[in-house]
Design a protein around this ligand. Structure first.
Ligand code: NAP
Length: 524
């Protein structure tokens, strides 16, 4: 059995007690363990603050970008090893694992490209300067500079590589050192990824540290220049947001939490059309990719009342055909859930749904004697007003179909918004009066609104795909946070300051100037 270690203060640290077991969710066998016991979190914070921060801040954007490029290459170099490990400690099929790993390397590479464009600068100018005095001589300019603090990244188990990579990309480019705390159920994948990063030597000493096991008193050590970027459940997000030391010092906290994502089939989409097939295909991918353990996965499927039967038939046919099994086997399409806790939670969630909706396929029965498998499960709600469907996130291959009245877009929008704030809502339709009205009504409640029509159907990427160019996050229940979105992703780690004074000096030093090309301008 393998004991995986944390990477702190430039060394690998194996906890000697209080181990947490790590499992293969296909066989339920214990395959490893981890512990953060014995880590001096004060020293970890000091190492990042005293060594990593100054070293990173001394680099230009272009130099940090070079480091990110090298980190991306180092992870890519062990891609096959990570794919195999993702099956063993995570239940990911090859496709699921690639989604995670290539997502990490792609996002790191995208931020490396952004950083290269920024060149020799170390600050970002934010918008144009403004005249403040009688003449243009007295002038103001918003500027973003690296905060001399540290970033604690707490990630969920479902994207061990991407979660680490996307947060790391933004923090490092912004010049802030990272302490990464991985989700425990898939910690072996996170650990191997972290080892590739550390071994690459691409980042300055102290710029990256990695914790497996619990976070000890790490959050008690943070101060006003630090930040926490958290991804996980709303429950843990609430705890972190309410942490006394973080509140006392106004430590910035970004929360990415659960979401009851919606997919909407517009009334004008005919069954059998290309758009209908795209809708069915995307919903099935969303429900079954990573066995539905994806924060952006569709949980609620809204279709015109008179189309419910046809949609349910098309979806169940595809969902029943999904081959479950050992994720390491090539033709397996869906593996098990990542942990026993997930399995229990998802089965309890299906039971809850069963009390208010009918199951068209799937359910709580075990498909195999061993392994934390759940069959793709589609519920059909008797109407729109079914509280549980809009309240409970079942973090597995589970979604509910709800029929809406095509003549009542207001009620449809209000029902979608009952999710309390989401990461993404997708809609499929050509009739702009419908998609425009719905998009406006739900936009304030969502981080992303994704619209497919015949005009873009051949080019769309799936709605569940998070891209470095666009923001990821959502209001309310989704955590109220925001990550990525190109240079917007650096905002968490940088301080916006309004600098006022003589235009000749301010525009030269803090404006876009010669050293900061077009890409460094941020519109707010
Ligand atoms: P979780 O139980 O909330 O854990 C998330 C992370 O927080 C893990 O690293 C966990 O460590 C850590 N943690 C737990 N309690 C903590 C505490 N008191 N102090 C510091 N860290 C603590 O969530 P999960 O089960 O890993 O992930 C599933 C959830 O994440 C789902 O609800 C899903 O919707 C959400 N999610 C959201 C996004 C998004 O971008 N919005 C992305 C992915 C997942 P341990 O693992 O060691 O407990």
């Amino acid at each position: 059995m393998q004991t995986i270690a944390s990477y702190v203060a430039g060394r690998w640290h194996e906890g000697q007690q209080d181990h947490q077991a790590l499992f293969d969710p296909t066989t339920e066998a214990e395959i490893g363990r981890c512990s953060s016991a014995g880590i001096d979190f004060g020293a970890v914070v000091a190492y990042a603050r005293d060594k990593g921060g100054p070293a990173l801040r001394a680099l230009t954007f272009a130099q940090r970008a070079e480091a990110l490029k090298a980190v991306s290459a180092a992870i890519h170099a062990i891609r096959d090893e990570l794919i195999a490990l993702s099956a063993k400690n995570g239940g990911s099929t090859r496709g699921d694992a690639k989604f995670d790993i290539d997502g990490a390397t792609g996002t790191l590479a995208a931020y490396a490209a952004l950083g290269k464009e920024l060149g020799d600068a170390r600050h970002l100018s934010d918008g144009d300067g403004v005249q403040l005095g009688r003449s243009a001589r007295f002038y103001g300019q918003h500027v973003l500079t690296s905060r001399p603090g540290i970033a604690v990244h707490i990630n969920a188990f479902n994207f061990p590589a991407w979660g680490m990579g996307e947060k790391l990309a933004c923090a490092i480019l912004a010049g802030v050192p990272v302490i990464e705390k991985a989700g425990t159920p898939s910690a072996m994948v996170a650990w191997r990824t972290a080892k590739a990063i550390a071994d690459s030597g691409a980042l300055p000493e102290g710029a990256f540290q990695f914790i497996v096991g619990n976070a000890g008193d790490l959050l008690d050590r943070l101060g006003p220049m630090d930040c926490v970027a958290f991804t996980g459940s709303s429950r843990t997000g609430r705890q972190i947001r309410g942490h006394a030391n973080l509140l006392d010092h106004n430590v910035r906290v970004n929360v990415e939490a659960d979401s009851l994502n919606a997919a909407v089939l517009a009334p004008d989409v005919e069954p059998g059309s290309d758009l209908f097939h795209l809708f069915v295909g995307n919903v099935v991918v969303d429900m079954t990719q990573k066995a539905g353990q994806k924060c952006t996965a569709v949980r609620r499927i809204f279709v015109p009342k008179e189309r419910v039967a046809e949609v349910v038939e098309a979806l169940t046919e595809r969902l029943r055909a999904v081959k479950l099994g050992d994720p390491a086997v090539e033709d397996t399409r869906m593996g098990p859930l990542a942990s026993a806790r997930q399995w229990q939670d998802v089965r309890a969630g299906i039971e809850k749904l069963q009390r208010v909706a009918e199951l068209a396929c799937g359910g709580t029965q075990r498909p195999f004697e061993r392994g934390w498998f759940v069959q793709p499960t589609l519920a059909v709600a008797p109407g729109l007003d079914v509280g549980v469907v809009h309240e409970a996130e079942v973090f597995g291959p589970v979604a509910t179909v709800l029929g809406y009245d095509p003549g009542d877009v207001d009620t449809l929008a209000a029902t979608i918004n009952r999710g309390g704030g989401g990461l993404v809502a997708s809609m499929y339709g050509n009739e702009r009066s419908f998609t425009d009205a719905l998009a406006f009504a739900i936009a304030p409640w969502h981080g992303r609104v994704w619209i497919a029509s015949d005009r873009v159907a051949d080019q769309t990427l799936q709605p569940g795909m998070v891209l470095p160019q666009l923001i990821h996050g959502g209001p309310g229940r989704a955590g109220g946070g925001e990550e990525l979105g190109g240079l917007r992703g650096l905002h968490l780690y940088m301080q916006r300051t309004a600098v006022q004074g003589f235009q000749g000096a301010i525009a030269k030093t803090f404006g876009r100037g010669e050293a900061a090309p077009e890409g460094s301008k941020i519109s707010t």
